[in-house]
Design a protein around this ligand. Sequence first.
Ligand SMILES: [Zn+2]
Length: 152
Amino acid sequence: MKFVVDCMLGKCAKWLRILGFDTLFYSKAEDDRLIDLAREQDRILLTRDTGIIEKTKQIEVLFIKSEHWKSQVKQVLDELDLREQVKPYSRCIECNVMLKSLSKKQAKNLVAPFVYERSDSFALCPQCGRVFWPGTHLSDMNFKIEDILGED
Ligand SMILES: [Zn+2]
């Protein structure tokens, strides 16, 4: 399931990427552009803008109720029944593309020696070239994911 997200939902968009979902977000984009992207790329539009909903006849829209990002993400997961599809850290947060896993050997020349020594799994973003490893993500982020996925 893929998304395009309106300008008011930046943090929600970032977290959907962290959870592994293909999510387009622009800090500035006209309503019509978002609607076009949704239609052309078969994406669900996530919005808090009731004005945009009136213009959207041929696309799927989810109106986001909360102003708080965590409740927004939970609403998306629950209403679209996506909890089983969550794959944390499978996508580059910046580029929105799937990461490729690297063997330890492949990662050797791409990361600092102390990182290489301490980690056994690595992943590369084919677009920006960043290499990720388990220590890239702060434990704070793991904690928040558990919080999002946990029951209220
Ligand atoms: Zn990237």
